[in-house]
Design a protein around this ligand. Sequence first.
Ligand SMILES: [Cu+2]
Length: 227
Amino acid sequence: MKNIIMSETGIKSLFLVSALMVLVSLGLAACGGGGSDSGSAATYAISGQVLSGGIGLAGVAITPSAGTAVNTDGSGNYTISGLANGTYTITPSKTGYTFTPPSSSKTVSSANITNVDFTAVSTSSVQVVDCATAVTTTSVTIQNFSFSPAAVTISVNDIVKWTNAAASTTHTVTSGSSTGTTGTPDGKFDSGSITPSQTYCLKFTTSGSYPYFCTPHPSMIGAITVQ
Ligand SMILES: [Cu+2]
C-alpha cells in the first residue's frame, strides 16, 4: 500500500516538473519573439462618392493601384481602407458608364483622404437624373391609371419628369411595349415603384422612339419621341 502511494506521488512530481518546464519554454519563446507588442504599421483610408446625374451611383468598382477594390454603396459612397503611406491611383469602372476624372492619383501621408469623388455619365441613350436639380422640359402626370400626356415629343438632351399624382396607387415607368394586358420591357429604363407624390426624371440623349408602360398596370401606355 505504501509503495503504491509513493509511486503515485512520484508520478505527480514528474507532471509538476514537466509542466514547469513547458511554462519556462513558453516564456522563453515569447521573449524570443521580440517586438511583438510594437503593433502593425498604421494604415489609412481613401473615400469618396460617385454621382451620376446628381444621384449616387451604386455598384461602381473602385480599384486602387495597390490594395483591395471596393464597390460603391447605394448612395454611391466608397471607402478603401488598410492603405499604408504611399501614392495610389484610384480608378472607377462600371459597364455602361464613363467617368470624370477617369482616375485620380492621391498620396496618403499619415492621414485619411476624403472626397475623392467622380462623376459618372451613362453611355446609354437614356439617363436617370435627379428631379431636384434637373432642368425639366416636359412633365407627365400619372393619374387615373394613365400617363398624361401619353405621347410626348422632345428634343435631344431634354429631360422628362413623371409625377405620381395618384392618391394611393404605386406605378412604374418601364420602357418597352405593351399589348394593354402584357408588357414587355426592353431594358432601356425602369423607374421601379413610384409611390404617390414621388417623381422620376429621365434625360434622353439620343433621338428615337421610346415606348413605355406601367408594370403593375400594362394598360397604362406612353411614348417619348426624341427628335
Ligand atoms: Cu400603374
